[in-house]
Write a new protein. Structure first.
Lengths: 294, 327, 259
């Protein structure tokens, strides 16, 4: 039983990191219907920014997270302006291929020796790992920080989207771009802001990931990126609580597969769950079934 | 027609040009003017063409967005390699292996397609992506069931049974078959599914059947390409059948232009030679930049020519007489 | 015996009852109009008849055969063709191919014959092409055969959709607002066209229309719907005077002010 609870905690920790990435995917998809493949690489850049902030500039951990968030927000907005904006009216597949191109570019560029270099680096830990024992389940202070920061950011995002003027504009644009424009919303600005916020969350996710699984390298964003996207689809793409739910499910399923079946099969099981959920609920767990109007 | 001299149709002309081009290439290869390295590259270009023609059938013509093409390529590769390794290397086992690669890839596509082809656009893409990742994991762990497949260490001991000539013949055959299929009543049914599924149903097209047909046939193409690859490279590693490989093929199809055979052929050759060309052209000190330059080419190309090289058009010789426009 | 016999047809979307206890019988060679305010459930009736939706209750019999819940392509193969309110052509296919694809279900030369270009394939291809060209010329589109469907002007797209619906020799043709977006002279031509194809192909026609000129000009009988239910049936001139119909269209106050 305590082993089970222990794995559940581990799964939730992974799930929360996925959630921070998945939120960016789902927000961007909700607003421009683009699978932003480069998002996983923004997450990786966030991890590196956190690394430099702490290891090279000796900044404290909370400041490192802020540095990563701001840096990634800028990166996300630059990518949107340079690569995606020119394709706003092009076929969707062109934008998708471009997203893949941007993703490969970031991976291979940061892989160059004078940038980050291909060698993995150990993520610094500013304080010693402490373990608390709660009825047979051990929880580290790292886990507590990952939980705390993720929940704080998710609450902040929910508040922002639901209660601010910009958040309302974001929701409006995701429902109907043309009407929003007629209502006086600067759609381009909202899209850029959405990329910025999504990327900032991924940046925070990158730092937490490095913090919890202390090794980073330029290709580290590929798999978590894909899984976070899958999590967003699982929960119902475009729906913010759906991304959180889907990410937690992904994290828990993956951890349990590693713990009880085999760690080499964990990706297969995670994606198997996705396919089954899609077959039962083609628009995801919280997604509304869409009906085509004749 | 009687009394007037029949002009050579573009189809026959193309055939003659193809045969001459092939003879020239083969001569250059046997006299080592084109060295074995470039012969291998030419072979890979042809294999890419076969695989990409298949994906074009799935996505470009039938409109079913697949991000798992490499999985079927891998299935074909492993299936054929198992056949030739088990039965001993010969032309006949190779042919049997290629057939097995096509049939098994097609069968898997059919079985997986029945449920997942109900999903639309991006959801289908994600489901096929998931399937691709699952297959990669299975290839990685294959040695647990069939030791010969080698798992993540890769499969060795495959005889090098194919060469440029084999690839060329299969690529030619794949092109002709696809052309005949696309310009037929079946082809129109496939395209109608892509254009408007609901309207297609309303004019008597069993969309489930044609989606499954297009997907299965396209994946059989991938199976054939995989089988050719296995016996050209003589070594298989699951790494070569991962998600990025699916993206590679998708890229060729989109760069060439969706729904264009000509575009796919040109893009498959151009893309393979661009990647290898950069390897030769760039000085050793900036070799790493090759991987930075090619995604940039991708992005710039998409921004300036989002419809691909040939958006929905064909070289004249790839259209049957009945489909050519009257002037 | 009636060609199409609909009894007690009911359809719900979530909690909304779109069609309720709809009963209509159409004889062979009749031309029946289906009218009613927006949202009355007219198109839903068409969608139920053509198999796009499966009804919650009720039966649809076509030539004595139950067809409710059948897949649309099967319904089409039995002889019911339709057009759409918001034109649904295959935009990237040529005009000719748009028509030919609708004849596909009658072809017997499948995949293998197509790939081998067998004599059977060539024969069928010629037959379907000739048939499609005949329809294009009847609808005045033969000059446009190689144009992409999406490049046609609106009026020609409407006609192409009718050509596509006719290629398979249907017995029953469902026209969903064929005159929508047309100017008065085009509407006049359309009315003539409907009457002429009805005679020429020995069709039964069921049509939804908002333009009263069309309804009064061509329909032999009119069914009026409101809130998913039939409120009145009869000859065009009878229906026109029915107080319930006037109320449905103009509201209660208008009726009161008339009195």
């Amino acid at each position: 039983m305590s082993y089970f609870l222990q794995q559940l905690i581990n799964g939730l920790q992974l799930g929360f990191v996925y959630a921070l990435i998945a939120l960016g995917y789902t927000m961007v998809y909700g607003i421009v219907k683009l699978i932003n493949f480069a998002h996983g690489d923004v997450f990786m850049v966030g991890a590196y920014l956190g690394f430099f902030a702490m290891a090279n500039w000796a900044l404290p951990f909370p400041v490192a997270i802020l540095v990563a968030m701001v840096g990634c927000a800028v990166l996300g907005m630059v990518i949107e302006r340079l690569a995606y904006k020119p394709l706003r009216n092009a076929p969707r597949i062109s934008a998708l291929i471009t997203a893949m191109g941007v993703s490969l570019f970031i991976e291979n560029f940061t892989n160059l020796n004078f940038v980050f270099g291909p060698a993995p680096r150990a993520f610094p830990r500013p304080f010693a790992v402490r373990t608390f024992n709660l009825g047979g389940v051990s929880i580290t202070n790292i886990t507590v920080i990952v939980f705390g920061v993720s929940i704080l950011l998710m609450v902040a995002l929910t508040w922002f989207v639901n209660s601010t003027k910009t958040g309302r504009a974001m929701r409006a644009v995701s429902m109907d771009k043309d009407t929003s424009r007629l209502m006086g919303i600067d759609v381009d600005r909202i899209i850029t802001i959405t990329f910025g916020i999504g990327s900032a969350l991924a940046g925070a996710g990158g730092v937490l990931f490095g913090f919890a699984y202390p090794q980073i390298q330029p290709l580290m964003g590929i798999m978590p990126g894909l899984k976070a996207f899958v999590a967003a689809v699982l929960g119902g793409i475009g729906i913010i609580p759906g991304a959180m739910l889907g990410a937690v499910i992904m994290g828990v399923v993956e951890t349990f597969t590693s713990a009880y079946v085999s760690s080499t099969l964990r990706d297969a099981v995670a994606f198997g769950v996705l396919i089954i959920v899609l077959l039962v609920r083609p628009t995801g767990i919280l997604g509304r079934p869409g009906r085509e109007k004749v | 027609m009687t009394g007037t001299r029949r002009r050579l149709s573009p189809g026959w002309l193309a055939l003659i040009v193809t045969v001459l081009a092939y003879a020239a290439l083969q001569t250059l290869m046997s006299t080592k003017v084109i060295n074995p390295y470039w012969q291998q590259v030419a072979g890979l270009a042809g294999i890419m063409a076969v695989s990409a023609l298949g994906l074009n059938l799935v996505y470009g013509y039938t409109g079913q967005f697949s991000l798992g093409h490499a999985a079927f390529y891998g299935i074909g590769a492993y299936a054929s390699a198992l056949v030739t390794r088990s039965l001993g290397p010969s032309i006949w086992t190779l042919l049997l292996g290629i057939a097995a690669g096509a049939v098994i890839a097609g069968l898997v596509a059919f079985l997986i397609g029945l449920p997942i082809l109900r999903l639309r656009s991006d959801y289908l893409a994600i489901a096929t992506l998931g399937f691709g990742i699952i297959m990669k994991v299975l290839f990685d762990n294959s040695d647990a069931v069939i030791p010969m497949m080698g798992g993540s260490a890769g499969m060795t001991g495959i005889a090098r049974l194919t060469n440029f000539a084999w690839v060329f013949v299969f690529a030619l055959g794949a092109t002709v078959v696809l052309r005949n299929l696309v310009f037929s009543s079946v082809g129109r049914a496939l395209v109608s599914v892509r254009e408007d599924e609901l309207a297609a149903e309303a004019v008597g097209i069993n969309t489930t059947k044609y989606k499954t047909l297009g997907f299965t046939l396209g994946c059989m193409y991938a199976g054939v390409a995989g089988a050719l690859y296995a016996h050209l490279y003589a070594y298989l590693n699951p790494f070569n059948f991962d998600f990025l490989k699916s993206i590679d093929v998708l890229l060729v199809v989109v760069l060439g232009g969706l729904g264009s055979i000509s575009g796919t052929l040109v893009a498959a050759v151009a893309w393979t030679f661009l990647l290898e060309g950069l390897r030769v052209a760039l000085p050793a000190s900036i070799q790493d930049w090759r991987m930075v330059i090619y995604p940039l080419v991708m992005v710039v190309f998409m921004i300036f020519r989002p419809g691909g090289l040939f958006s929905g058009t064909e070289f004249g010789f790839l259209k049957p007489r009945s489909a050519r426009r009257r002037t | 015996m009636s060609l199409l016999d609909i009894r007690g047809l009911t359809m719900k979307f979530g909690g909304l009852v779109a069609v309720k206890d709809f009963t209509v019988s159409i004889d062979a060679h009749e031309l029946v109009g289906l009218i009613g305010p927006n949202g009355a459930g007219k198109t839903t009736v068409f969608n139920l008849v053509t198999g796009m939706h499966a009804p919650v209750a009720g039966t649809i019999e076509f030539q004595g055969r139950r067809i409710q819940g059948m897949r649309p392509w099967r319904v089409y193969a039995l002889g019911i063709a339709r057009t759409f309110q918001n034109i649904r052509l295959f935009g990237m296919l040529s005009v000719l191919d748009n028509v030919r694809v609708a004849d596909h279900h009658r072809g017997e030369a499948g995949l293998v014959h197509s790939i081998l270009r067998s004599p059977k394939f060539r024969h069928e291809e010629k037959r379907t092409t000739d048939r499609a060209l005949e329809l294009l010329s009847i609808l005045g589109l033969d000059q446009r055969r190689d144009e992409l469907a999406r490049n046609l002007p609106y009026g020609e797209q409407r006609r192409l959709e009718i050509a596509r619906a006719l290629v398979s020799d249907p017995k029953l043709l469902l026209l969903d607002e064929p005159a929508a977006g047309m100017n008065p002279s085009e509407v006049g031509q359309l009315m003539e066209l409907i009457l002429s194809i009805k005679e020429r192909f020995n069709l039964t026609v069921f049509l939804i229309e908002h333009q009263m000129k069309v309804v009064m000009g061509v329909c032999e009988r009119v069914v009026v719907m409101e809130f998913g239910e039939i409120i009145c049936t009869g000859k065009p001139e009878q229906v026109q005077c029915d107080p319930k119909v006037v109320e449905a269209y103009l509201g209660v106050q208008a009726e009161e002010s008339q009195q």
